[in-house]
Ligand binder design. Structure first.
Ligand code: PBG
Length: 328
């Protein structure tokens, strides 16, 4: 045999030399849940073992640790008290509200930390939908949701968010939000669009964490059908035309082909969201001794890079950064 592929795999040294993709801390965004608890409080999330709903004080301590590990970006998700939820997601634009306070506390303590703020009504909505629900028909209204989403984005920017991330999948929201931000003087605030966001059951643990599941119906009239890929290209093209700086594919593992397709067809950075259900699967199987957690996480994150993602939102970010810092 003249050609032997195994020669390039013969030792760790040679494998490192020929390695095509590496995940670094620069690629990672750590999603964090924040709640209204007083003091330094870390409330465990049953379906996301190892993750917590953090009080603002605990959030600051957590972000200090993340930054010491080299992580440069976090995505914030607020767990709003049920009593504050209403059909118009009013608490999202409350300057004394949890989201505003969390973002501004973070930016004050860590000006260089990139804070990504989600734009969608569901954590604040008594209906649990990403847009405004028509009370008579139960339909999620598109155009009537846009001003609410725009106001939310402007409030996040005012609080200090570096990037707003519309995850609602309403038509036309990227352009509307871009105009709203620019009108308020927030030209420098970026938009990371959840462009190809699928109606997925892998979001289950996230909805437990925020108690944000839809009260009625599902999200299939706005989030995408998992059977489609051409539609992802259409959504991404539209969001880029409307001013998205970064586009996301979500969830990750069942949609690696979409990450590849989007990264090959467009010249904006692509983010992948390694969602809550994907995190929970590795946790659950490794708790039972069925999988090696660390190896499976590394393999998963590397897969996102190989598929073409340049940014990875992952609940494994902190642990991954710890392993990079002190490999045993
Ligand atoms: C809210 C939102 C969701 C996620 C991120 N932003 C849930 C949903 O659309 O129902 C899911 C994240 C995860 O599962 O990790 N619009």
């Amino acid at each position: 045999m003249l050609v032997r592929c195994r020669r390039n795999r013969w030792s760790e040294g040679i494998r490192a030399l020929v390695r095509e993709n590496r995940v670094t801390v620069d690629d990672l965004v750590m999603p964090l849940f924040v709640n209204n608890a007083p003091g330094v409080s870390r409330e465990p999330i049953a379906s996301l073992p190892g993750l917590f709903r953090l009080s603002i004080e605990a959030l600051l301590l957590e972000c200090k640790e993340l930054m010491d590990l080299g992580i440069k970006a976090v995505a914030l998700f607020p767990a709003i008290d049920a009593a504050l939820k209403d059909p118009r997601a009013s608490d999202s634009k409350n300057p004394d509200g949890l989201t505003f306070r969390a973002i501004s506390a973070l930016k004050k303590a860590f000006p260089s930390l990139i804070v990504v703020a989600d734009v969608a009504m569901d954590p604040y909505s008594s209906d649990g939908h990403d847009g405004l629900v028509d009370a008579a028909t139960g339909i999620v209204l598109n155009d009537d949701s846009l001003p609410i989403l725009c106001e939310m984005a402007v409030c996040h920017a005012r609080a200090g968010a570096d990037i707003v991330a519309p995850s609602d999948m309403m038509d036309g929201r990227i352009g509307a939000i871009r105009h709203a931000l620019d009108n308020e003087g927030f030209q420098h605030v970026g938009i990371l669009s959840y462009a190809a966001k699928y109606a997925s059951s892998f979001y289950g643990p996230f909805r437990d964490a925020l108690d944000s599941a839809p009260k009625k119906g599902d999200k299939k009239t706005y989030q995408m059908d998992p059977a489609n890929s051409q539609e992802a290209l259409r959504e991404v093209a539209l969001d880029i035309a409307e001013g998205a700086d970064i586009v996301m594919v979500k969830p990750g593992l069942a949609f690696l082909d979409i990450i590849r397709l989007v990264s090959e067809n467009f010249n904006v950075p692509v983010a992948a969201y390694n969602v809550s259900g994907e995190y929970a699967m590795l946790r659950a199987a490794s708790e039972r001794g069925w999988l090696n957690y660390k190896n499976c996480v590394i393999e998963t994150l590397t897969g996102f890079k190989r598929a073409g993602a340049s940014i990875i939102f992952t609940y494994h970010a902190k642990e991954f950064a710890q392993w990079l810092k002190s490999p045993e």
